[in-house]
Write a protein that binds this ligand. Structure first.
Ligand SMILES: C[S@@+](CC[C@H](N)C(=O)[O-])C[C@H]1O[C@@H](n2cnc3c(N)ncnc32)[C@H](O)[C@@H]1O
Length: 389
């Protein structure tokens, strides 16, 4: 199932978010369900919200998740492996909650608990009802800011991953003003004394990065996540971020799946923004001279630039890490998570760069099994060839 753009007119950001979720859940569930007997999906701010897809709710986070869960459950059922699939869907708005109750009837194979009210009031009970042997994925996607401290019982689980929406645009405008107490609480959570001083005086990309770092640190530090990469979802017609989707994982495989899903979501973002800007210009221009300067074309989109910058910098970091090992062997399995943590490249793309370095003699890879092999195995040893660099 891929996400159908026709349901997202006027809410293109949700298309980017749902493209990511769709790709992530498809890939992650396959791996998770091969290792765990129980999977629990928690959607803390479930909606439905501005859904236009009709009774299938294909354009909602819970609709996408429940569909993938049903598919993978049926796949494993056909192999004789029984997986327990559960979902907790929390929604405070009465109208949306009524729709949610109707919608879940379409997914009879999943044990679904719809919960009415505030997610903040349900979190501890939900977390307590998930056995430690189960794997959970929690989506925290409110329109504003949640009480982030109240989300911790779910984020602190060991067998867990999560995606948390940080409303950067609001933070950028109201952070430090005390107008949004839940935002202030979130930014203070990492325990960085004087975070306001860190923001003060910063502008543009530096300010954006500082807000992102504070928001991420608050989420990852106490639960102790190894990886917390971020996708920036931009405003549609303006070259500015709207929100940040912060992914939390304790496993390098989670990071690997994140980067693959991110690359597809960023590609989708470049396309929808480019089309939306072209449409806007066409509306405003009798001459139809949109695209004249190419500035809104897909390759120039901010998302495309993120990928391009990463593809320039990631091989340099890979090389530097091997050089820093001072002639000692490093395995590919140790190396790729370090690079993927910092750069928006996929494991397979980076693996192919290793192969180019190897073919050029810049890198030694003892025991590389075949010239047809493009991507190393995790136990492949790598040594930078100092004779050539
Ligand atoms: C942005 S929408 C969710 C969209 C959904 N995650 C998706 O991608 O399809 C946020 C939803 O959370 C609900 N909501 C807001 N604050 C809430 C809270 N504290 N607890 C539970 N639901 C809340 C809103 O009524 C709204 O339906």
């Amino acid at each position: 199932m891929s996400i159908d753009f026709k349901h997202y007119a006027g809410r293109e950001q949700a298309f980017v978010k749902h493209t990511f979720l769709d790709e992530y859940l498809k890939a992650a569930l396959g791996i998770i369900c091969s290792r765990y007997r129980e999977f629990v999906y928690v959607d803390g701010f479930a909606g439905p919200w501005k859904s236009t897809a009709g009774e299938h709710f294909d354009d909602t986070s819970f609709g996408i998740a429940l569909k993938h869960m049903t598919k993978i459950l049926e796949f494993y059922e056909s192999k004789g492996r029984l997986i327990k699939m559960r979902a907790f869907l929390v929604e405070k708005d009465s109208r949306a909650y009524t729709q949610l109750e109707q919608a879940i009837k379409r997914f009879p194979k999943i044990e679904i608990s719809p919960l009415k009210g505030m997610m903040e009031d349900h979190t501890a009970k939900i977390a307590a009802s998930i056995p430690s042997s189960a794997f959970s994925f929690t989506l925290i996607d409110p329109k504003g800011f949640p009480e982030i401290g109240a989300m911790m019982p779910l984020l602190q689980r060991q067998n867990a991953e999560a995606l948390v929406n940080f409303m950067f645009d609001f933070a950028n405008r109201f952070g430090g003003t005390d107008l949004i107490p839940k935002l202030e609480a979130w930014l203070s959570l990492a325990g960085k004394e004087g975070w306001r001083d860190l923001i003060n005086g910063l502008t543009g990309a530096e300010r954006e990065q500082m807000y992102e770092d504070l928001a991420v640190e608050a989420l990852r530090s106490t639960p102790g996540y190894a990886y917390a990469p971020v996708i920036t979802v931009d405003k549609v017609l303006h070259n500015r971020p709207l929100y940040k989707l912060i992914f939390l994982s304790r496993h390098s495989r989670g990071l690997e799946i994140f980067r693959k899903s991110e690359s597809i979501a960023l590609g989708a973002q470049a396309e929808v923004r480019s089309v939306a800007k072209a449409n806007k210009k066409a509306e405003n221009s009798a001459m139809g001279d949109f695209f004249a300067d190419g500035s809104d074309a897909v390759p120039n989109d901010r998302s495309s630039q993120v990928i391009r910058r990463s593809q320039l910098q990631a091989p340099i970091q890979l090389k530097n890490r091997l050089i820093a090992a001072g002639g000692e062997e490093v395995t590919w399995g140790e190396l790729w998570p370090q690079v993927l943590e910092d750069f928006s490249v996929t494991r397979s793309w980076l693996g192919r760069q290793v192969n180019y370095f190897r073919k050029a003699g810049q890198l030694l890879a003892p025991g590389w099994s075949s010239e047809r092999k493009q991507i190393p195995d995790d136990d492949q040893r790598l040594i930078w060839n100092n004779q050539l660099s």
